[in-house]
Design a protein around this ligand. Structure first.
Ligand code: APR
Length: 229
C-alpha cells in the first residue's frame, strides 16, 4: 500500500463547528495567545488558562467529525494513512483514523506539572485548580503551548519522509515546526493542498491545489488518488 501522509490544521474541524485561529472571528481574535496558550500565561493566571481549555473541551463534547475527517478515515482501505494534526480535538480518531500524531497535544488529556510523562485521560471533564496528579502537583492541559517543545515532531518528520503522497488540509502553515514538515516531503511524492483560501506553501515544489472546504475537498482528493493507489 502507498503511504498517504496528511498534515491537518484547524480548518478540517471548522465544519464540525470548531473555530479556527486566524480566520475572521477566530480564537486569536478573542484571546491573547500569551494569556491562554503560553507558560507565562499559566504562571500569571492559571485559572484563565484552565477556563480557556475547559470551555473548548466542553464544546468538543457536542461536536461530531465532519465529512473531511470521515473521508480521510475511509482512505485507510486503500492507503497506509498517517494523520499528522496540529489540532487538539479528537475528531480524527472519532471518525475512525487509526494512526494520528498530535503535534500540539490533546484536549481530552491532562498532565502533571511535576512529571510531563504523567498523562491522564480526562475525556470532556474540566481541569480545576486543586486537581492534582499522583505526585501531588496541579494538573495542566496536555497541550503544547507557544514556546514549549514539540515532542512529536521527530516522529512526524520520520513519517513525512516516507510519504508517497502528502496532503495539507485546513492549515495556514503559519506555525513551526509543523509548517516545516513540507521540507521533508520526498522529492518523488505528490503534494496536495485543500483549503478554501489561498495558502503560501514554502519551497518551490509543485502543489496540487483543491480550493474547497475540507468536506468537499477530501471527496475530490479521494477521487483523484484512486488513480494513484
Ligand atoms: N475547510 C478547510 N480549511 C479551512 C476551512 C474549511 N472549512 N475553513 C478555514 N480553513 C482554513 C483557513 O483558510 C486557514 O488556512 O484553515 C486554515 C486555518 O488556519 P489557522 O486558523 O492558522 O489554524 P492552524 O493552521 O491550524 O494553526 C496552527 O497555530 O495557534 C496555533 O496551536 C495552534 O495548532 C494551531 C496552530
Amino acid at each position: 500500500m502507498k503511504k498517504l501522509v496528511i498534515l491537518t490544521g484547524a480548518g478540517i474541524s471548522a465544519e464540525s463547528g470548531i473555530k479556527t485561529f486566524r480566520d475572521a472571528g477566530g480564537l486569536w481574535e478573542e484571546h491573547r495567545v500569551e494569556d491562554v496558550a503560553s507558560p507565562m500565561g499559566w504562571a500569571l493566571n492559571r485559572r484563565l488558562v484552565l477556563k480557556f481549555y475547559n470551555d473548548r473541551r466542553r464544546q468538543l463534547a457536542g461536536c461530531e467529525p465532519n465529512a473531511g475527517h470521515i473521508g480521510l478515515a475511509a482512505l485507510e482501505k486503500y492507503f497506509d494513512v498517517h494523520i499528522i494534526t496540529q489540532n487538539i480535538d479528537n475528531l480524527h480518531e472519532r471518525a475512525g483514523s487509526t494512526k494520528v500524531i498530535h503535534l500540539h497535544g490533546e484536549l481530552t488529556k491532562a498532565r502533571s506539572t511535576k512529571d510531563p510523562e504523567l498523562i491522564y485521560d480526562i475525556g470532556y471533564n474540566d481541569i480545576r485548580e486543586g486537581d492534582k496528579c499522583d505526585l501531588g502537583s496541579q494538573l495542566r492541559p496536555h497541550i503544547v503551548w507557544f514556546g514549549e517543545a514539540v515532542p512529536m515532531i521527530e516522529e512526524a518528520v520520520k513519517v513525512t519522509g516516507q510519504a508517497d503522497i502528502f496532503a495539507v488540509i485546513g492549515t495556514s502553515l503559519n506555525v513551526y515546526p509543523a509548517a516545516g514538515l513540507i521540507e521533508y516531503v520526498p522529492e518523488g511524492a505528490s503534494l496536495w493542498l485543500i483549503d478554501p483560501n489561498d495558502v503560501y506553501v514554502p519551497g518551490d515544489r509543485r502543489v496540487e491545489v483543491i480550493k474547497e472546504a475540507a468536506g468537499k475537498g477530501v471527496e475530490i482528493l479521494a477521487g483523484r488518488l484512486m488513480d494513484l493507489k
